[in-house]
Write a protein that binds this ligand. Structure first.
Ligand code: MIG
Length: 633
């Protein structure tokens, strides 16, 4: 049973698609304080666990830390962080008492989940115009399904988007892409997509292609397609301020950019230099921006990834001036150690500063609204601009689109990726932990940068990471400029990589069907063990294994120098290792086990009485025979 409560006059975030009668706030089941801010709180029992909050650091059980809803360009996904790119304001309390809570509010929220006081959860909403949804249910999954029902069905990408994908910030010229394609082919490594990062653009201008790097872009796209490679270019939120650049001119003439308090276009610095921020919250601007993707689609690219849409601001002129002034002040005095630190902070504080977020405005149905008050829906609305346009123009399931920043609601028209992780072993585990949490919030098409974005990958790390990625709907290897090359052919002998990637293609029919079913039935593709074995204390606390679909459990190796791992079986299962065309099977009893897993093997556990289909390996989804399937067991 879902109940809706309203405080003040909230902005329409478009998160919820069902309509509700509004209950009296007096009857709200948790403690509710309304002052300048709104504070919700509830006591926590010893055994209570809290699930949800989508894309965030730390555990699947979110208890014991303070999180923040504030979409952030955060390139350090360490345990001290409170917020990443998404604002996914949904939690489920799991204990004797069970409920779900969705705070539909587009600005900052602080979630103190038993951190300040271990016995209390306190949720502070920095404002007083919001909707609250309180959900009762029989089980954690039942609560999630009710929530998913009110926010609408999850986006389904084209079938080929379940193939293996290669990306790199730094592929620039045509030949770079051809090399990636040919090297995969030569080494028997399957591949379906290659991503184009900002390097392809002309001076980082959205919807342009650098003619020097791509003398005949159309022919290039065609040739890639003939070789079964889909090209997926990036689009950034900021539009370069340059007279004569059509996207700028159209946006400028129609008043589609965010403005400052005096009504002038707000300007800030990102990759293209000084940019204007399209006002995705203005319906006309949103439609206009969505239609801009058409030109590249007409040429034959098949999808996009939207970046920098928190929005990430490197600097504003005002911010720079303020920092310089501070530095000048310090220079005119005698420098002591504290002013040295002060100068450092002044410079570092320029990026993504709250002062800047407070200083520009949107036009929402004719009303001027400060960005700070709607920050968390900006990126989601950018991506909806694209996703909604694609559906209208091309139909559902035709184009690939996913975003870095997100808010619940964007899951109906797009996926997400988990942003700038590191080539760290701990980030394989973090990747795993994020999956059920984002699934709870409707984001099914998702994945992390496999091999790690920042820092340098190693052969073993990439293989282990791929063995998790084999199960994630978005399976993309991506890295940052200047880091060690990490395509599957960069580490000598490629046979181990080919073995692992073949497993992906063998599993695609199963993964795709499971994905579709989860979208149709508002189900989670990945569940914490706690959701399926609520009475099993060990299972409840497992943070490094997940249930996949209704049939499987996954337990990848995520530590260095390990030739296997400990795994907990909450019931009797068949242990399977897949490698190339090989299948190893072993019956196992409920309980703790140590299993050996070589670098070229993908471990999987199948529940008793269940089975899954396997295809023959293929080098891309076009060549995958989805009719000729065999049973794994
Ligand atoms: O400031 O486009 O998360 O995937 O490669 C960095 C360059 C901008 C951040 C994205 C990353 C992408 C990178 N972008």
């Amino acid at each position: 049973m879902v109940k809706k409560y309203r405080i003040g006059t909230p902005v329409n975030t478009e998160a919820v698609t069902e309509s509700f009668d509004i209950e009296k706030t007096d009857s709200f089941p948790l403690s509710l304080e309304i002052n300048e801010n709104v504070i919700l709180s509830f006591p926590l029992e010893n055994d209570d666990m809290i699930f949800g909050l989508g894309e965030n650091v730390r555990g699947i059980n979110k208890r014991g830390w303070t999180y923040e809803s504030w979409c952030s360009d955060e390139t350090n996904h360490t345990e001290d962080k409170r917020a990443l790119y998404g604002a996914h304001n949904f939690i489920v309390l799991s204990g004797k008492d069970k409920f779900g809570l969705f705070v539909d509010y587009p600005s900052k929220i602080e979630w103190d989940l038993g951190n300040t006081s271990p016995e209390m959860a306190a949720i502070k909403i920095f404002g007083k115009d919001l909707d609250l949804y309180f959900i009762d249910g029989e089980s954690e999954l039942d609560i999630v399904k009710q929530f998913r029902k009110i926010i609408g069905k999850s986006y389904i990408p084209p079938f080929w988007a379940f193939g293996y994908q290669q990306s790199c910030w730094g592929y620039a010229k045509q030949e770079d892409f051809v090399k990636v394609r040919e090297n995969h082919k030569k080494n028997n490594l399957p591949l379906d997509c290659i991503y184009m990062d900002i390097d392809y653009m002309d001076s980082f201008k959205d919807f342009t292609v650098n003619k020097k790097l791509f003398p005949d872009f159309e022919a290039f796209v065609r040739e890639m397609k003939e070789n079964n490679i889909h090209l997926i270019p990036i689009i950034d939120a900021g539009v370069k301020k340059e007279k004569g650049y059509s996207v700028h001119d159209e946006g400028h003439e129609n008043g589609y950019f965010c403005i400052d308090k005096d009504g002038r276009e707000f300007e800030c610095g990102v990759w293209p230099g000084i940019v204007g921020l399209p006002d995705f919250l203005n319906k006309d601007a949103r439609r206009w921006f969505g239609s801009k993707y058409k030109e590249l689609l007409d040429i034959g690219v098949d999808g996009f990834w939207n970046d920098m849409n928190e929005p990430a601001l490197f600097y504003s002129k005002k911010g720079l001036e303020k920092a310089f002034k501070k530095l000048d002040d310090i220079r005119s005095r005698e420098m002591d150690i504290w002013s040295f630190f002060g100068s450092k902070d002044a410079v570092l504080g320029i990026q993504n500063s709250m002062d800047d977020y407070k200083s520009f405005y949107h036009n929402i149905d004719g009303k001027k609204v400060c960005h700070k008050d709607v920050h968390n829906i900006y990126g989601a609305f950018m991506t909806k601009a694209a996703g909604e346009y694609f559906e209208e123009e091309y139909g559902r399931e035709k184009k690939l689109i996913f975003s870095r920043a997100s808010y619940i609601g964007a899951h109906r028209t797009s996926g997400i990726w988990f942003g700038d992780n590191f080539s760290w072993w701990s980030h394989i585990l973090l990747n795993l932990k994020m999956l059920p949490s984002v699934n709870m919030c409707g984001f099914l098409y998702c994945g992390a940068d496999i091999g790690g974005f920042n820092s340098h990958a190693t052969r073993d790390l990439l293989l282990r990471w791929l063995a998790l990625g084999v199960f994630t709907p978005l399976m993309r290897n991506h890295r940052a400029l200047g880091t060690r090359a990490q395509e599957a052919y960069q580490f000598g002998d490629t046979r181990d990589f080919s073995d692992v990637l073949s497993v992906r293609y063998r599993l695609i029919p199963y993964i795709y069907e499971t994905f579709r079913r989860c979208s149709d039935e508002n189900d989670m593709m990945f569940k914490p063990l706690a959701f399926e074995y609520p009475d099993d204390k060990i299972a409840r606390e497992v943070e490094d294994q997940l249930m996949l679909g209704n049939e499987c459990m996954i337990a990848p190796v995520y530590e260095q120098n390990k030739s296997g791992r400990n795994v907990y079986l909450p019931e009797d299962m068949t242990f399977v290792k897949l490698s190339g065309e090989n299948v190893y099977k072993e019956e196992m009893k409920k309980g703790l086990h140590y299993v050996e897993i070589a670098l070229n093997e993908v471990p999987l556990f199948i529940k008793r009485g269940k089975n899954i289909p396997l295809a023959k390996p293929a080098l891309n989804t076009a060549e995958l025979d989805v009719e000729k399937l065999e049973n794994l067991l």
